[in-house]
Design a protein around this ligand. Structure first.
Ligand code: SAH
Length: 289
């Protein structure tokens, strides 16, 4: 395995005649970012070092970045000088732009011949409305590329020492959203099945409705003493983690108001945290992650 990796690097050097490094990303084999294209790119959970090479390449080659509230603004320093930055999230208490407006804007920019980097937190297809945005682009005949990102519900948990699967705790995991488009607990999921189908539930946007969701899960058979762990600002210097149990989750959130964004994990995946909590205060000082 190790030999194979070494060979790949060597062949890259043979191909380009230069040492490997960031500066090479503009050259082959990285894909050309053509005018009039939209790249829908996941930025990862926050730590800049968790962006992909394709994300960095897109930052270096775009004309405009349309970014969301969940994108760590520190990452934008890698965007090439001269590119425009457009914010498409909630700001100053104003409601977030409606999804249709964002899609219309992406289409408009692409029609103007721009190379559009649509930058989203985590992974664009994980509760990130990347599906809707790419559908709009496809219908409008705009060429696009999807660049997956590290989702907070996997990579963010890793920064808190929580393995999303572990052979001793869970052979399955459920990814759930804590609210639907109206902000309420989602109605069109099978709560009965969710409560019992997998030992670990990873919930995005789960803090606001956590009390109601915990009650629903317990009524459907989830044990009241199951651990509930909230990881706030995962992978960021201000990451914090709080834990309670299912029967006390509603009260806990009311009293302690965990900072958001937060990922909520229900189940024993968090039992490993005590041993695996590697992201120490000293490491948090590193600006890359
Ligand atoms: N596409 C994103 C999720 C967008 S939904 C992804 O793949 O991660 C927004 C929710 O993601 C937040 O409410 C929160 O639950 C979670 N989230 C995103 N970034 C986070 C972070 N750095 N720390 C904790 N939770 C985060």
């Amino acid at each position: 395995m190790i030999n194979k990796t070494t060979k790949t690097v060597a062949s890259w050097e043979a191909h380009s005649g230069k040492a490997t490094g960031f500066a090479k990303l503009d050259e082959e084999p990285f894909p050309h970012f053509a005018e009039g294209w939209v790249w829908l790119v996941g930025a990862g959970p926050g730590a800049p070092g968790l962006m992909s090479l394709l994300c960095y390449h897109a930052m270096q080659n775009c004309d405009v970045v349309v970014y969301d509230a969940l994108v760590n603004p520190d990452m934008l320093r890698w965007v090439r000088a001269g590119a425009e930055l457009e914010y498409a999230g909630k700001r100053g208490g104003k409601p977030s732009p409606v999804q249709r407006d964002i899609s219309v804007r992406l289409i408009e920019l692409a029609h103007a011949g721009k190379r559009v980097l649509r930058l989203k937190g985590g992974d664009p297809f994980m509760f990130g409305r990347g599906g809707e945005e790419s559908q709009s682009l496809a219908k409008a005949g705009i060429p696009f590329r999807i660049v997956p990102g590290i989702s907070s519900g996997i990579g963010g948990l890793a920064y808190a020492g929580i393995p999303v699967t572990h052979r001793d705790t869970n052979h399955a995991v459920i990814f759930l959203t804590g609210h639907d488009a109206t902000g309420k607990m989602p109605a069109n999921v099978n709560w009965q099945a969710i409560a019992t189908a997998a030992p670990v539930i990873v919930m995005y946007m789960g803090v606001k409705n956590l009390g109601e969701i915990a009650e629903t899960l317990m009524k459907a058979g989830r044990p009241a003493d199951h651990p509930v762990t909230m990881v706030s600002n995962a992978s960021m210097p201000n990451q914090s983690v709080a834990s309670t149990i299912l029967s006390e989750a509603g009260e806990f959130v009311k009293n302690h108001k965990p900072p958001t964004p937060a990922i909520v994990v229900i189940g024993h995946a968090s039992d490993w945290r005590e041993l695996l909590d590697w992201y120490s205060p000293a490491l948090k000082d590193n600006p890359i992650g």
